[in-house]
Every structure is written in C-alpha cells, then in structure tokens.
Design a protein around this ligand. Sequence first.
Ligand code: HEC
Length: 420
Amino acid sequence: MDRRLQSPSLSPAPTMASPLRSAAFSSLLALSLGAVGVGASSCGDSAADGEPTSGPVGPGTTGSGGGEGGQGGSTGEGGTSGETARDVFEASVQQGLMAECGACHQLQGAADAPFLAAPDVYVSVTTYPGVVVPNANQSVLVTRPADPGHGGGQAPNMSDALRAKVLPWLALEAARIPPNDSSTQFVTPFKPKLMGALNTIYLGDLDPTLENVSITFNAYELGQPPSMLVLENLEVHPIADMSLRVVHPLFTMYPDEGGDPVPDPADSYSGLDDLFEVTGRRKLGTGTLVHTAWQKDAYLGLAFELVEIVGGYIPPTDCLALAAFDSNAKPALNVCATQCHGGQNPQATGAMDLSKLATDGAKSCRQVRARIKPGQPAQSQILLVTNPLDLSAHVFKFQGSLTAYDTFKNQVTPWINAED
Ligand code: HEC
C-alpha cells in the first residue's frame, strides 16, 4: 500500500489531506495516554471522553492528563502546598541520592552518566534523559538501579527508604510535564508488512532535513485473532555527517474500521532521548517493542516528541577568522575537547564536535561558529552556557571558577569579534 508519509502536523487541526484519508482517521479522539494506558490505574473513564478531533496520537498527549495516572504520587507526601518540586527534591531526595549514587554519578564519577553533577544537582537530574517521565515508575532513576546489570552488576540497587522518597517526587515532576502537542511529529499511519517482513519508514516528509533518514523493523502479529504486534530489530538509519536526535517515539494502533486509536500501552520509549550516527549503534532502545492492544488489519502510526538533526549537519559556515581562531580560541577550547566534546560524550560531540580540534582547525572552527553570535560575545552560546553564574543546564561550568571562566572568555572574545 501507499506508505507515503506526511508533513508534521504542528497543531491538532486535521491535516490528513492525503489519499490515505479514510473513516479510520476522520473520527479520532484525543486520548490521553494516562486514560488509555493498560498498566495505569484509570482515574475515571470520563478522562477518555475527550473532544473528537482528527489529529493523530502523539507523545505530547501524555501531558498533564497522563501524569496523574500510574503511580500513587497523590498521597500528598512532600506535596505540602506552596512547595515546588525542586523544594521537595532538595528537602527529601537529594541527600539520599548523593549518598547512595553520588560516588559514581557526579561529574567524573565512575559511571559515565553524571546526572548528579554540580553545580545544580536538581537541574542535572531533571534534565537527564529518562528521569522525568509521565509514569514515575518508569523513570530510569528507579528502573536502572533495579536492573541486575546496573554498572555491569557492580552497582547497587536503590534502598527501599530512598525509593519511597524518590517516587512521590518523580510523580510531582510528572504531573508538571506540560502538554507539548506542538512539538510532536507524525508519520501517516500505514499498514505494516507482517509475518516478519522488513518495514521501512522514511522520515523525509516530516522535515526536508530528514530526507533519506529511515526507521526499520520486522513485524509480526501474535494471537488468533491477532491481539499483539511485535516489532523486532527496530533500528534508526541516519545518513552520513549528521547526528540524529530521536526523542520519545510512540507507536499507535489505528483500528481498520475506525474507532479510537490506541497508543503503545506501555509507552515503551517514553524515556528515550538518543543520538544516532551512521557509523554508530543503530538500535532503537532495546530494539523490540510489543504493542499489546493490536487488532487485525490495523494501521500503525508513529509519532515523535522530537526528531531532528543536531550539530554540524545543517551546513555550518566556514570561519572568516581562522587565524584568530587558531591562535586565540583553539587553546581555550581544549578543555571542552578533553572534557566532553572530543568524542567522549556522544550527545556533547553531536552538539559541537571538537574531535578534530588538534588536527582540523577549519572543521572545528565551523562547529564552534555555529555556537556563537559573530561580533556578540555576550550573546554567544559558548560563553552563556559555561558561565558559572548562568542557570542553564550545561554540565561543565569551569567547576564554578569565575577566574577560569574569565580567562576562557578573554581568550575566545577576540575571535568572536573577528568573525563578524
Ligand atoms: C558503584 C558505582 C555506581 C553506583 C553507586 C550507582 N551507579 Fe548507576 N551506573 C553505574 C554505571 C557504571 C553505569 C553505566 C552502565 C549502566 O548503565 O549500567 C550506571 C548507570 C546508571 C543509569 C543509566 C544512565 C544512562 O546512561 O541512562 C542510571 C539511571 C543510574 N545508573 C542510576 C543510579 C542510581 C539512582 C544510583 C543510586 C541508587 C546509582 N545509579 C548508583 C554505576 C553506579
């Protein structure tokens, strides 16, 4: 069948102008995952009786509706009025996390996962991928330590006492996740090839920069009549010279005869925020997903909270002042290359690739140029995010040393000005 994809719908308004439009798509209900989720304790069916719209189901619909579902976070523990989620974290959670997990999860800790990094532990932990999710029980903060493979089997599980404090706090965070339909990108629902056949979804129509980027999987049904759809070998295929960021893909079942779409009841990828490169790992999460509310002949939809190219692919411009870069900025940027941006941390390197700082000044300069405002040092990202006095979530801020920051600033400023 025609598996053309369509442009992202940036609003809930119907945009199904393709020939695929059919009864199956014209009467979709806006469902919140919290209401549909099989595992979640339903908070009243009325929650599911949303307004009829024709919009596809995207991860953004997990918003406030889903937050109150899964976990018993509404018991009020730590939720004293006027207290922010940060207050609760700092009063009842932070100390315990530092004691049990800090040795490995601070900056330069044994684990390469510094979600407890100074200077602002709350920012570090809440911005870490997979920590704040609609269902607190699925936060990596609780699931990873409980996995026997955590830290290669050497790392401990979380104590029951700490978990009893962590879960209510995470539930508070979950309830605050804003609905973000507008940032959701949809693939037009299609009927997957079954019996283990290979399916390929091209993402080019979501955004022109994603031309030739694809997601592949093998699909088969379970049950008679079919009640589950198994997707195996789920892989992401970027193309050369790009880092592709994929956030929270959500597979949804659209019944053949119309009726309510059912998003993946487990919301398997709710915590996924990952980078892919053509030379690297391809697997999407665990690589396997089982949609447990599948129906015979149903369509499969795929939505993303976000899928985008990060870093240098959107062709960075050549530097005008390469000599100034080489003599002034390059030595100063060495610290960035040795800490994270030189390849050690894929996310950081995807955002600004300094792996060739020593050998390819022109390439490195292009990468950094994409992170400055030529002629405006004060508006330049490299100086904003590394400022110890700035609140943005950037792992490295010169260990809080203003002196070191000022030195850096003085070294890169002449080059930033020369680029104008
Ligand atoms: C002895 C060192 C050690 C301690 C203590 C430790 N961890 Fe870990 N942790 C690791 C290592 C190593 C990894 C990376 C490998 C892995 O994912 O298992 C890791 C990975 C993780 C991840 C996954 C990070 C990612 O990349 O997504 C989470 C979440 C996590 N730990 C949470 C915790 C929590 C919560 C605690 C405290 C209860 C804790 N860890 C205590 C060593 C430790």
